[in-house]
Design a protein around this ligand. Structure first.
Ligand code: ZN
Ligand code: ZN
Length: 138
């Protein structure tokens, strides 16, 4: 009874994955959602792609460093919530090291949800060293 009711983390991770489909990056489409810790407010959205007004695609489509802004980076740029406001981040992929640091500097991030599967031990260690709890879920 009620066992099919989706959890908020599940819903926001699904939203992050939907945003990834809006990504204009062919190399590594990713979506990110930042919410309040009671899950009631979406504070920011981001997906990987080129800067506004530039071509809708990668600068260097064949390269790992394709020139696109990362999803977490774009979400941090539009997040105007105060630094002190507690936040939760949902990303369709575990952030890269630089984006993990951007999320640290955003301030207030308490938890980060990403899909199970790929883990960069390096990034997990970085986040936990500053007290951000990482949850890898389906
Ligand atoms: Zn790209
Ligand atoms: Zn990144």
């Amino acid at each position: 009874m009620g066992s099919e009711r989706p959890t908020f983390p599940g819903i926001y991770l699904t939203l992050a994955r939907s945003l990834a489909q809006r990504s204009t990056c062919v190399v590594d489409p990713v979506g990110t959602v930042i919410t309040s810790i009671d899950f009631r407010k979406v504070l920011a959205l981001g997906y990987r792609g080129n800067a506004s007004g530039l071509a809708n695609g990668c600068d260097h489509p064949g390269q790992a460093d394709c020139g696109c802004l990362h999803a977490e980076e774009n979400a941090v740029i539009v997040c105007d919530a105060p630094r002190a406001e507690p936040k939760i981040v949902f990303s369709s992929k575990l952030p890269c090291r630089a984006c993990a640091k951007r999320l640290v500097n955003l301030g207030g991030v308490q938890d980060l949800y990403a899909p199970t599967g790929e883990h960069s031990g390096d990034v997990l260690e970085l986040l936990s060293s500053v007290g951000i709890r990482v949850h890898l879920i389906e």
